[in-house]
Design a protein around this ligand. Structure first.
Ligand SMILES: Nc1nc2c(ncn2[C@@H]2O[C@H](COP(=O)(O)OP(=O)(O)OP(=O)(O)O)[C@@H](O)[C@H]2O)c(=O)[nH]1
Length: 374
């Protein structure tokens, strides 16, 4: 018989051995469990997943927009014009289609035209001509009234004016379009829309953000440029607008683009200040390339006030074309006639909304048909 203490030692040794074995097993199991968690974690965590960093998962570079062509946008915008100026058209047609064309009728007709910002001179002319024609038989005939009104309005809008954007650059140089006007009239937006129109025609374009007065203006212009895949040259906030304009035209010359569009701030502090600023911009640009077109932005909703601004700009710089913005939602289409007469400069484009392609080349008959809802 083995002594009792030997048996006790053997039992103790077995217990210790069993404990050690089970500790090893448990720790291996834990380790394997932990490992399996570690494997799972990375794939389920968006922060650590290497997949997000792989080139396949990188967000695709947005392709530049394809702007709408001039032809299709004209048709679409004519409908919009018809909608917004229906009030005017209906009022005019309602009046001259009435059964009796007496003095009161003509007074109403005249007042409605004046209210559309047609101006006193053109209104008297129109009333006289329409009155003469319609009073011959004195018969209320809506179709005839519409025909007469259409013809007279087209004559007042002057279809003979050359409304093409002047891009006749010298050999090897880009055409340069300078866009001027009071703040808030829509210059930056119009430069962006114009870039789209030119790109849609297959032209290469570069933008110059010479509105250094408002920090967001350069940003806004660059966004327009980026959307249509066009480069924007910009300066720091408060930089000399003339130097930004110069840099932009220089870049346009070096890159051989077809057109450089220059956005300006045109704050109307006072006339001589404006003259100095625009004069300097013109002078430095023309060291690199002639300015082929100077477009003046006018907000159609500002009526007589806009006309006063237009006069000032026309005196301080050589305006060659007018862009009438915000003609959507305005029953003041008559301003087209008045501004052309006052300044002797044709309206070349109209802005009919805030959308990217809501700028259309202006035509007299398209405009009048829009006004009359045809
Ligand atoms: N409804 C309508 N809004 C327009 C049109 N054109 C421009 N706008 C809006 O008018 C506002 C002013 O436009 P901007 O292009 O910033 O005007 P800006 O002349 O460059 O202004 P500054 O940079 O302050 O000199 C913006 O909210 C445009 O979206 C248009 O044809 N119709």
């Amino acid at each position: 018989m083995p002594p009792v203490d030997l048996i006790v030692w053997i039992v103790l040794a077995v217990i210790v051995l069993a404990g050690a074995v089970s500790a090893i097993v448990v720790s291996r199991r834990r380790a394997s469990l932990t490992r399996s968690h570690r494997v799972e974690l990375p794939t389920s965590s968006p922060d650590t997943s290497p997949v997000t960093a792989s080139p396949e998962a990188a967000p695709p570079t947005p392709a530049p927009d394809v702007p709408e062509e001039a032809g299709t946008r004209l048709t679409r915008l004519r409908r919009r014009l018809a909608g917004s100026s229906n009030v005017l058209a209906q009022a005019l047609l309602g009046i001259i289609s009435s059964d009796k064309l007496d003095a009161d009728t003509w007074d109403d007709f005249e007042a409605t035209l004046i209210g559309s910002d047609l101006g006193v001179g053109p209104t008297s002319e129109l009333v006289e001509n329409v009155r003469r024609e319609l009073s011959i038989d004195g018969v209320a005939d809506p179709e005839r009234a519409r025909g007469v009104l259409r013809r007279e309005l087209i004559a007042l809008t002057d279809p003979s004016l050359d409304r093409t954007l002047r891009l006749d650059a010298e050999q090897g140089l880009p055409a340069v379009v300078l866009v001027v006007g009071v703040n808030g009239t829509g210059k930056t937006t119009t430069v962006g829309k114009l870039a789209r129109l030119l790109v849609a025609e297959g032209k290469t374009v570069l933008l110059g953000a010479a509105d250094t007065f408002r920090a967001a203006a350069a940003e806004q212009l660059q966004t327009w440029g980026d959307r249509v895949g066009v480069e924007t040259v910009r300066g720091a906030e408060g930089a000399d607008p003339a130097s930004v304009a110069y840099e932009a035209v220089s870049a346009g010359v070096e890159k051989g683009v077809d057109v450089v569009l220059i956005d300006t701030a045109g704050r109307l502090h006072n006339k001589s200040n404006l003259m100095d600023e625009l004069g300097k911009i013109r002078r430095v640009i023309e060291k690199r390339a002639p300015i082929t077109e100077t477009l003046l932005l006018l907000d159609a909703t500002t009526g007589q006030n806009g006309l006063i601004q237009a006069r000032v700009f026309n005196e301080v710089t050589r305006v060659t074309g007018i862009v009438l913005s915000k003609l959507d939602g305005s029953a003041k289409g008559g301003i087209v006639v008045q501004v052309q007469r006052e300044l002797g400069v044709p309206v070349k484009f109209v802005g009919l909304g805030e959308g990217a392609d809501d700028l259309a080349p202006f035509t007299a008959d398209g405009f009048v048909d829009g006004l009359l809802g045809e």
